[in-house]
Design a protein around this ligand. Sequence first.
Ligand SMILES: [Zn+2]
Length: 149
Amino acid sequence: MSVLPIIIGADHPLLRKKTKSVPKVTKELLKLIKDLQETVKDADGAGIAAPQVARTERVCLALISGKMIPLINPKITKKSEEKESAEEGCLSLPGIAVDVPRSVEITLKYIDAKGKAQERKLKHFDARVVQHEVDHLEGVLIVDYQAIG
Ligand SMILES: [Zn+2]
């Protein structure tokens, strides 16, 4: 396992690239997940997405109920109309904090590290972290919310 370098900067092209769905859970993918686990732990983050370590797979980790959960091909299938705003930071944007409105409740579908399809309903902080990480997989960063206020 290794701690990977984290890409920094709102204008970095790799952070702006849309990721590709993973066709299969391979050994290589599990190694990437392990490295992401190490990297996010080392950086003391609440989540991390593949583009932040210069990878293009649709994979991220998110702190859900206090556990760092690997999410393969995550998709938010439902978002509550109700939103709440809170300040977020990002490992790729050190020193920057943005008030980001996020849906209070979401339904999340993903593949787990065993290759099994999962569906979970998440609220508040858990929902916020997942929305932040899924944004990364679409090339969206917290600074993009600044204009909206
Ligand atoms: Zn981030």
